[in-house]
Design a protein around this ligand. Structure first.
Ligand code: FAD
Length: 389
């Protein structure tokens, strides 16, 4: 590898790759240090939803900026695909949250997002197999869909490498070197790497990395199970991507399969090195039950597979991004189960923050990790409720 990278990124998930890419465009050469392999963490398990419906405007702006990267991927990033597939996206909420739905859709429209309110009858026309009698209005994003997180991370990392970045795999960070209040590099299982800036992009392992730098940040872990169901022949055609709050679930098509995740019952603060190859006992039954409530014909489907993954989660379930602790130490983590879809823009804005002194494309400074010690919790103007109950 290059003997002296300008900057070290700890963690080879989609956020480490995105930051390396955007820095490389600015002529800054990063070394991404990954203890296993690219996308070995949450990124490799992510459901990949790409939608813009958020209730916090900063996240909506990041999702909208990122969407344009996913949509125009090859012109912007290069030849490797991100697997963006347009399906349309429906946000379903309980009747008592229709006021928030209207306000948030208006906010999205102000930001520039192609989003609109549709009636239950409209949803029935879009997805005739769906039960639509438990809501009156939904938000619809005709352009949204999903992308392939592993391909996305690989494409960003490859584009960064073409500009001089390096990816060091099978290399676990074991310590952060600090001299006179400034970071100077890291200790790893492959020796010492030196650089004046170190970015912690270690996902569910971010707190451990913080502790190595003597930094206390309340980033816990969040486990999330998902399953794939083979749709029955009657449902062969793809359906929209859906977040279904009344059933505390989301689902999206993947060819002839439907991927399902649940919004509730995701365990917190487990060891992120736990078994993520299998979903927990009882998950599939709960998920099938919820899916069949919305799409009864799914009863004739068959289970394809189920697995799990771990992400880092913060007390307000919003990211922790920015400098903290010793000079040169930055966080790019705490994505709380929704970080994939915003990854292209987060890397861009964090590169601006590091190189120019402030984020420009979207002002992400409110995500400062110092907010927790100040007792600040980010809340949106029109929240639905805590998503990952
Ligand atoms: C099952 C699941 C489904 C999800 N679905 C969606 C979705 O539909 N849409 C969405 O937007 N988001 C989704 N998310 C969230 C999203 O996937 C994550 O927020 C995002 O992938 C986080 O990326 P990251 O780069 O921060 O972390 P990760 O991808 O976890 O990368 C961190 C990396 O750090 C490495 N690492 C850890 N410790 C060390 C060390 N000591 N030294 C070196 N390397 C180390 C790990 O091996 C890992 O590869 C989902 C998450 C999960 C788990």
């Amino acid at each position: 590898m290059s003997p002296s990278p300008d900057l070290l990124i700890l963690g080879g998930g989609v956020h480490g790759a995105s930051l390396a890419y955007h820095l490389s465009v600015r002529g800054v050469k990063a070394a991404v240090i990954e203890k296993r392999h690219l996308a070995a963490g949450a990124t490799g398990r992510s459901s990949g939803l790409v939608r813009m419906h958020y209730d916090l405007e900063t996240e909506a702006r990041l999702a909208w900026e990122s969407f344009q990267w996913f949509r125009d991927w090859n012109e912007r990033v290069g030849p490797d695909p991100c697997g963006f597939t347009r399906t349309g996206f429906l946000q379903l909420v309980e009747r008592e949250h229709v006021g928030a739905l209207k306000a948030n859709t208006a906010m999205l429209q102000r930001v520039g997002v192609p989003a609109m309110l549709v009636t239950a009858d409209d949803v029935k026309r879009l997805a005739p197999a769906f039960v639509t009698d438990d809501f009156d209005l939904a938000a619809y994003e005709p352009e949204s869909g999903y992308a392939d997180p592993v391909s996305t991370a690989a494409a960003l990392m490859n584009a960064a490498r073409r500009r001089g970045a390096v990816l060091v795999q099978d290399c676990a960070v074991t310590g952060i070197r600090v001299r006179a209040g400034k970071v100077t590099g890291v200790d790893t299982t492959q020796g010492v790497f030196s650089a004046p800036i170190v970015v912690n992009a270690a996902g569910a392992w971010a707190r451990r990395i913080c502790e190595m730098a003597g930094v206390e940040v309340p980033i816990g872990t969040w486990r999330h199970d998902v399953m794939f169901v083979a749709r029955p022949p009657e449902l062969r055609l793809p359906h929209p991507t859906v977040i279904d709050f009344p059933n505390s679930m989301y689902f999206r098509p993947e060819g002839g399969l439907t991927l399902v995740g649940l919004e509730d019952g995701n365990p917190l603060d487990e060891d992120p090195d736990g078994d993520s190859d299998h979903a927990r006992a009882g998950f599939v039954e709960r998920a099938v039950d919820r899916l069949c409530k919305r799409v009864p014909l799914m009863e004739r489907g068959g289970l394809h597979s189920a697995h799990s993954g771990y992400d880092g989660i913060t007390p307000d379930q919003h990211p922790a991004i920015g400098p903290i602790g010793p000079e040169g130490f930055w966080l790019d983590c705490g994505f709380s189960g929704t970080g994939f879809k915003i990854s292209p823009a987060v890397g861009l804005c964090l590169a601006e923050w590091i190189l120019d002194g402030a984020p420009k494309t979207v002002d992400i400074s409110a995500f400062t990790p110092t907010r927790f010690a100040q007792g600040i919790r980010l809340v949106s103007e029109h929240p639905y409720e805590s998503i990952w109950r």
